[in-house]
Ligand binder design. Structure first.
Ligand code: C5P
Length: 238
């Protein structure tokens, strides 16, 4: 039994900044308007556990997006080292293989009811079919995503991080309980930045996403709390 990821809002805001004061300010403004906050490598490598705790003190569920990838014993030890932070969601790379994911899942479960929901990253969306071929992976990125999602599921992962255009196929393949965490979300009419394939929050939720990871559409706004409220209002209509 891992932590309950059913937050009042499906939106997790990505705090993509190495600036502790800015991250804390965003956390203070956004708590109550989003379901949770995402902390990634950029912030965690700069500020470590103390920085994490400063954000977690705002009482929001945290997705700790560190994409762990190493031999099974090392990843399991990393999960054990991170467990006292009590992230709601934690992820590894599915490319680490079956034994690594199983070891990570087993290590997470040692935390009992405080165990994070363990997720896998399948294929980085920055990789094209040609990139996969260069790495010796035959077939399309979509085939590899499906293959790795099935491997993740079989080895204790409760869901995957996937792009918006993979939601429907993974929901169909993996069933209703497998968690789909989706970045690349943009409210209608907003800047797509460097994201190539975007969906609006209602589209992604309707397609079957469980959690929407939204960064700049909220953090880049003059009024982040209002931006988050507007997104929540668009979802309330579904
Ligand atoms: O600002 P934006 O909404 O594009 O932020 C999206 C967040 O999701 C960032 O933290 C980014 O690293 C992450 N992400 C992504 N695409 C992926 C995986 C993760 O944008 N395929």
């Amino acid at each position: 039994m891992t932590q309950n990821i059913h937050t009042p809002s499906p939106v997790f805001c990505a705090l993509d900044t190495p600036d502790l004061a800015r991250a804390e300010s965003l956390a203070a403004q956004l708590v109550g308007h989003v379901g949770g906050l995402k902390i990634g490598m950029e912030f965690f490598y700069a500020h470590g556990s103390a920085g994490y705790q400063a954000i977690a003190a705002h009482q929001a569920p945290i997705f700790l997006d560190l994409k762990l990838h190493d031999i099974p014993n090392t990843v399991a030890s990393a999960v054990r080292a991170l467990a006292p932070l009590r992230p709601t969601l934690l992820n590894v790379h599915a490319g680490g293989g079956a034994a690594m994911m199983k070891a990570a899942s087993d290590a997470a479960k040692e935390a009992g009811s405080a165990a994070p929901c363990m997720l896998a990253v399948t294929v980085l969306t920055s990789l094209s079919e040609a990139d996969l071929h260069d790495m010796g992976v035959a077939g399309t990125p979509e085939e590899q995503v499906k293959r790795l999602a099935a491997l993740a599921h079989a080895n204790g992962m409760e869901g995957v991080v996937c792009s918006a255009h993979e939601i429907e196929i993974l929901r169909a393949e993996m069933g209703p309980d497998f968690k789909l965490i989706v970045p690349g979300i943009r409210p209608a009419g907003s800047d797509t930045h460097d994201q190539k394939r975007v969906m609006t929050p209602p589209q992604a939720l309707q397609a079957g996403a469980d959690i929407l990871v939204i960064g700049r559409a909220i953090t880049g706004s003059d009024n982040p709390a209002q931006a988050a409220q507007d997104i929540a209002a668009s979802l309330a209509k579904i």
